[in-house]
Design a protein around this ligand. Structure first.
Ligand code: G3I
Length: 446
């Protein structure tokens, strides 16, 4: 008798989950429900760094195609990838990204032509005259291959030193060609593809500081002398040691006032939950407040493949579930996560974190975050891999299904949430030999 009841309850719950999934799918077909469409509504692009070797993964490509309107090859256009030996150019991996992106109607950011890192050893071995020729050849061949297909090129990347010196960074280019290599690279680039916007790109230049001021002076000088430069890229790699600076917007604005576009080119913010979401929202809000801030690119699609994976710095978790930061970005962009802004459509996201771990068990926490409308209630499911068993759960009312493996969680006292607000529930699990993470289902709001 008990088994029969459980099965019936299971069928009902499965129906509920299917309905929630359908609702989510219907919403994501609407215009302002994605990062890309919401940013487009603000006249901006919203991009991601893309790695060619993940394009065959369904979740990766589905998320990329649905959410983003711009793509930056993460490594495939760098010198070591495109010209590993002098005069031999390999474009296969970069072509994959460019063809995929353009096939989806995305812009492509070219990254990067002249950089001290990911530089094949032969470049460092050249004498000055030869190096100048090699640099110009490299720019001409790579830009020539993609001529007319690249929105913006990072012509020179990270040419300034960190710290307070304001000096140029030592590199084969700097050491052998002097300061003038940057100007020469930009002039060569303009001739190679006159339609592409030409950017200087760097990190730790997001706020007003000695390094960003050194870059500012260079751009000011270029503008006054007619050296072709159209944009400055601010990478935006943030974490606890390097948070979003208070003067981020002011810094973007002072560059824009020089007559160049500004772009956030490699955004990622280590952290989780509301703190991470708030920081992301600040970056988006700052960009929107600067007319010439034309686009934001996050440095990857999913935390799983981020260069700072352990810091979970991106908008989608390892299973392509939208994190609270995603909702915050969408809201800041004026998107609504499920309908037109102000139309009262309730939505929410559910994200999972393991908060404690020991030999025989672990504690998990699921954070529920309301979308851009207040919600009255929420529910989600958590499926535990066999043979794990839940010992206790708190801050939610739970019902069970799937022979004790699927937990449906609903509010106990914490149903109503303001727009963008979060609550969480938790549980203690006995591993019984399985250390796998539970799967959190879609969040349903009402
Ligand atoms: O592809 C090889 C793989 O075959 C090999 O097994 C593996 C072993 O280490 O290495 C793989 O290559 C790595 C590559 O990423 C692809 O994952 C390189 O070692 C690794 O150095 C490379 O790191 C990249 C890093 O630039 C190199 O400087 C990151 O993916 C990339 O996200 C990062 O991007 C930079 C921007 O270009 C410029 N601004 C900073 C940003 C973050 O460092």
């Amino acid at each position: 008798m008990r088994m029969t009841l459980l099965r019936l309850a299971g069928a009902a719950t499965a129906g509920l989950v299917a309905a929630a999934a359908l609702t989510t799918a219907a919403h994501s077909a609407e215009a302002a429900d994605t990062l890309g469409s919401a940013a487009a509504g603000q006249g901006r692009s919203f991009g991601a760094a893309v790695a060619a070797n993940h394009l065959d993964e369904a979740g990766y490509t589905a998320t990329l195609n649905r959410e983003f309107t711009s793509a930056t090859p993460e490594n495939e256009m760098k010198w070591d990838a495109t010209e590993p030996t002098r005069g031999t150019f390999t474009f296969a991996a970069a072509d994959q990204v460019v063809n995929h992106a353009r096939g989806q109607g995305m812009d492509v950011r070219g990254h990067t032509l002249v950089w001290h890192s990911q530089l094949p050893p032969w470049v460092g071995g050249l004498g000055a005259a030869d190096l100048r020729t090699a640099m110009n050849d490299h720019i001409n061949r790579v830009m020539g291959h993609y001529k007319g297909r690249i929105h913006s090129w990072d012509v020179v990347n990270e040419a300034f030193q960190d710290g307070g010196s304001g000096a140029r960074r030592s590199s084969p280019f700097q050491d052998k060609l002097g300061d003038g290599f940057i100007e020469e690279a930009f002039r060569t680039a303009r001739a190679a593809d006159p339609a592409a916007k030409l950017c200087y790109n760097d990190y730790n230049t997001d706020g007003v500081n000695a390094k960003s001021t050194a870059v500012y002076r260079m751009v000011q000088d270029f503008r006054s002398r007619g050296v072709p430069i159209d944009c400055v890229g601010f990478q935006g790699h943030f974490n606890g040691n390097s948070p979003v600076p208070a003067d981020f917007q002011a810094n973007l604005q002072r560059f824009a006032d020089l007559g160049v576009d500004v772009q956030i080119t490699e955004l990622d913010i280590e952290g989780s939950g509301t703190a991470q979401a708030d920081s992301y929202a600040r970056v988006v809000t700052a960009c929107l407040a600067v007319d010439r801030c034309t686009g934001i690119t996050v440095w990857g699609v999913t935390d799983r493949y981020s260069w700072r994976s352990a810091g979970t710095p991106l908008l989608f978790d390892g299973d392509y579930r939208a994190k609270p930061a995603y909702g915050a970005v969408l809201t800041a962009l004026g998107g609504d996560g499920g309908g037109d802004p102000g139309d009262g459509t309730a939505s929410c996201t559910a994200t999972y974190t393991r908060t404690a771990d020991w030999n025989g068990g672990y504690n998990g926490q699921v954070t529920i975050t309301a979308g851009s409308e207040p919600i009255g209630s929420w529910s989600t499911t958590v499926t535990f891999p066999s043979p794990q068993r839940v010992q206790a759960a708190w801050n939610a009312t739970t019902t069970w299904d799937g022979g004790g493996s699927v937990m449906t969680a609903r509010p106990s006292w914490n149903g109503p949430l303001a727009a963008g607000a979060s609550t969480s529930f938790g549980f203690t699990v006995t591993k019984n030999g399985s250390d796998a993470a539970p799967a959190v289902g879609a969040c349903t709001a009402s």
